[in-house]
Design a protein around this ligand. Structure first.
Ligand SMILES: O=P(O)(O)OC[C@H]1O[C@@H](O)[C@H](O)[C@@H](O)[C@@H]1O
Length: 256
């Protein structure tokens, strides 16, 4: 039986069943009509994180059809690989050429997701972005994240906060959006299990949840479901990735 489900739109991983933990990601039951990414799973953000530049929010590749190049499964592991080629003519506001590849591999006790981006054009470009996993939690009030203590932060709702001093991060009904300047290994207590999150290539964690009122404003999220996930996103935001022609960036997220 398949452990991964995914869709070509945005090369979005929708679910991953990790032995012995079970399903890792939240998926909204409200399916977006038209060509929009699903609310849940793991959207890919490129070449702009959120509203940190002039392009559309979170960039454009989550709204583009990728090509499934490989789907392999044996008794131990299951692997998928999607690619996307962008030419310098495709997006008027971003006249660059890039080859993107998203691979996900699940085996007992480990899920690895890798995003690689190659500058396939003739001039250098810079980008921000990353992976946007919606980790499923039993109840947001029980959820804890440890490993963030001592990191410098930029908090959307508490701009005066400079450093996170808490031993474990807990969220409530207020909206939460905090960019941590560093990407150490984290432990996520979901209310049912401890997951270890590690990243490479990315250099910041973004932690996001819309909160109760913010969740109600998201048309593709049932009113109570803000309590069922936390997004812990390995990203590049403050220090964009610079790629000269032919150069490749690789960023991974590993979940144990
Ligand atoms: O609703 P979207 O476009 O998928 O974005 C969800 C959230 O994603 C987070 O990464 C951002 O920090 C938030 O600002 C944003 O609201």
């Amino acid at each position: 039986m398949s452990k991964l489900s995914h869709q070509p739109l945005g090369a979005q991983l929708l679910s991953a069943d990790l032995t012995p933990h079970g399903p890792l990601f939240y998926n909204s039951p409200i399916v977006n009509s038209g060509y929009a990414p699903a609310r849940g799973g793991v959207p890919v953000l490129f070449p702009q994180f959120a509203e940190s530049g002039p392009l559309r929010k979170h960039g454009f590749v989550r709204d583009m059809p990728w090509t499934l190049r490989e789907h392999r499964q044996d008794t131990v592991a299951e692997t998928i690989c999607y690619t996307l080629e962008i030419s310098d003519q495709d997006i008027a506001s971003w006249p660059h050429a890039a080859s993107l590849q998203l691979t996900a591999e699940v085996q007992p006790g480990r899920l690895t997701i890798e995003l690689s981006i190659r500058n396939a054009g003739k001039s250098a470009f810079a980008f921000t972005g990353g992976l946007h996993p919606y980790f499923r939690v039993q109840d947001l009030g029980q959820m804890r994240i440890s490993g963030l203590q001592g990191l410098k932060v930029q908090d959307r709702y508490q701009p005066q906060l400079a450093v996170d001093e808490a031993q474990a991060l807990m969220l409530g009904a207020e909206p939460f959006e905090r960019l941590y300047d560093g990407c150490p290994d984290l432990t996520l207590w979901t209310g049912e299990k401890n997951l270890t999150l590690s990243a490479s290539g990315f250099d910041q964690w973004m932690v996001w949840n819309p909160g109760e009122a913010g969740g109600r404003q998201l048309a593709d999220l049932p009113d109570a479901d803000w309590q069922r996930f936390v997004c812990i996103e390995p990203v590049r935001v403050t220090r964009p990735v610079q790629l000269v022609p032919g150069e490749t960036f690789a960023g991974t997220l590993t979940i144990l």
